[in-house]
Design a protein around this ligand. Structure first.
Ligand code: UDX
Ligand code: UDX
Length: 478
């Protein structure tokens, strides 16, 4: 096996594939890296001369793309030829939750993993290391291995000399912080059976990651660890969110509680911020995967335990919607509500599973008129998310919302449009610029009695209250 790596191909130019390969290209200037994707528009956005128009917003990403693009980083729709010349192929395609058939609502839909693997099997040449980067159910590597081997059996008749080894190398980057996470990861996890291939991948990473941060395990431990890491992180968010409700009832303050418990080094201070619920493409999907796995092995108590994390998350969103309705005299009919932030967290334009989707849908159902401002999310993304949410409600016969009501929202290019005549403002994402809002000006534009709902602990309550604004803050009793 040749351990000299000249060409890397990554299938999937999404939030994981794009930034990961940009950092790889920057750290590995002597290796050519091509990110391929079926989606022509996405690839053309990655190739856009205007770096403001990259398909993904991620702090620091455009600078790296500027440095590396068309030098040793390429974005292409040419799958076959890039697979053929690659020494290593990263599979970074999406693995959403199945919506129909066996395991619907829990299991991952592996159709894209399978189709990519088939293409790899057909067009790869010589020895190829195939690396799972996508978060996938445990034992997916087995499926990939079986598929690749079945091609090899067929092709051995033609005495073709191709060979494969499979590694699992899950990505732990958090959106909004992706570049930092990729440049200085807490750890790199490599799972595999073939020592030589593990070493090849490890040697790539040691160009910028200290060796003691690279953990090598068997394939299944690596696959499971990714699911478990996300489940533990999500569990922390649900834990602190559950406590936010007790704080509101008892007079305790969630910020003070977070600080008090986080200083215990066994607990740690990170991931203790209360929120309207966790979002993003991974947490819910990965916990559902874990639940599916537990059910499959008859571990119902374990699956019930993890299901609790998801239930609290749904409850948190619903309870915030209910509080808004209660505070506004039980009716939102015709009231103007400003929503600040639609992405699932700050510093990303990603809206997948954002708590804003459910909360805005609830408010539309209450017949409010919604104005939405987000510094990075486009109008089209919000439109798609709200349409999908309605479609899901309709398919479960749970909707009480007309198509016309779904149109009761508008997109604000300028943050000031949100404030004009608003009865309430709801802060759903912790964008830095929301922290320096001029409350004197805002209060002069709103209709009184005016409410501020701070779901991310970013509002200076004293300053806002000075102008007669009513402030409700998540996890505080005032
Ligand atoms: C996705 C998964 O959500 C995550 O669990 C996994 O760890 C990595 O892949 P992300 O990069 O955020 O994460 O997904 P997405 O932004 O949807 O990107 C996937 C890309 O793969 C899309 O651009 C899609 O067009 C592309 N794709 C999908 C292919 O190129 N070929 C396919 O067969 C399927
Ligand atoms: C997560 C994991 O952190 C990452 O390791 C994995 O690779 C992918 O999934 P991501 O979803 O991008 O990353 O962002 P993360 O920072 O983990 O936030 C997830 C959600 O939890 C967001 O909606 C965020 O607002 C919420 N959150 C996070 C809280 O509500 N409170 C917190 O204290 C931290």
């Amino acid at each position: 096996m040749n351990s000299k790596i000249s060409n890397i191909c990554c299938i999937g130019a999404g939030y994981v594939g794009g930034p990961s390969m940009a950092v790889f290209a920057n750290k590995l200037p002597n290796i050519n890296i091509t990110v391929v994707d079926l989606n022509k528009e996405r690839i053309s956005d990655w190739n856009n001369k205007d770096l403001e128009k990259l398909p993904i917003y991620e702090p620091g990403l455009s600078e790296i793309v500027r440095k590396t693009r068309n030098k040793n980083l390429f974005f292409s729709t040419e799958l076959k030829q890039n697979i053929a010349k690659a020494d290593i192929i990263f599979i970074s395609v999406n693995t959403p939750t199945k919506t129909s058939g066996f395991g619907a609502g829990k299991a991952s839909d592996l159709r894209w993993i399978e189709s990519c693997t088939r293409t790899v099997a057909e067009f790869a040449k010589g020895h190829t290391v195939v690396v799972e980067k996508s978060t996938i159910p445990v034992r997916t590597a087995e499926i990939i291995k079986n598929l690749l081997n079945s091609y090899l059996k067929k092709e051995s008749v033609n005495s073709n000399k191709k060979t494969f080894s499979i590694l699992s190398n899950p990505e732990f980057l958090a959106e909004g912080n992706a570049i930092k996470d990729l440049e200085s990861p807490d750890r790199i996890l490599i799972g595999g059976e073939d020592e030589t291939s593990i070493k090849i991948l490890k040697n790539l990473y040691t160009n910028w990651v200290p060796e003691n941060k690279i953990i090598c395990t068997n394939l299944w431990s690596s696959e499971l660890s990714k699911l478990v890491a996300n489940a533990f992180l999500a569990q922390r968010v649900s834990s602190i969110n559950s406590i936010s409700s007790i704080c509101e009832c008892t007079g305790a303050d969630i910020q003070e509680v977070s600080k008090a418990i986080g200083t215990d080094s066994r607990i740690g201070e990170k991931f203790l911020s209360p929120s309207p619920g966790f979002g993003g493409s991974c947490f819910k999907k990965d916990i559902l995967n874990l639940i599916y796995l537990c059910n499959f092995y008859g571990l119902d108590q374990v699956s019930n335990y993890w299901e609790g994390v998801l239930k609290i998350n749904e409850w948190q969103k619903k309870r915030i919607s209910q509080i808004i309705v209660e505070k506004l005299f039980g009716t939102l009919y015709g009231k103007k509500i400003g929503v600040l932030g639609f992405s699932f967290k700050a510093n990303t334009n990603d809206t997948r599973e954002s708590p804003a989707i459910d909360i805005v849908t609830d408010l539309l159902e209450e017949k409010a008129k919604i104005s939405i401002f987000d510094p990075k999310v486009t109008k089209d993304s919000i439109d798609n998310e709200l349409k999908n949410a309605l479609f899901k409600l309709k398919s479960r016969n749970m909707h009480n919302i007309e198509n016309s009501e779904l149109k009761n929202w508008n997109y604000c290019e300028d943050i000031n449009e949100v404030f004009n005549n608003a009865d309430a403002l709801i802060f759903l994402t912790e964008w830095e610029e929301f922290k320096s809002i001029d409350w004197e000006k805002v209060s002069s534009l709103m209709r009184y009695p005016a409410w501020i709902f701070d779901c991310r602990s970013i509002i200076n309550i004293d300053k806002a209250s000075k102008y007669g604004l009513n402030v409700w803050s998540l996890g505080k009793s005032k």
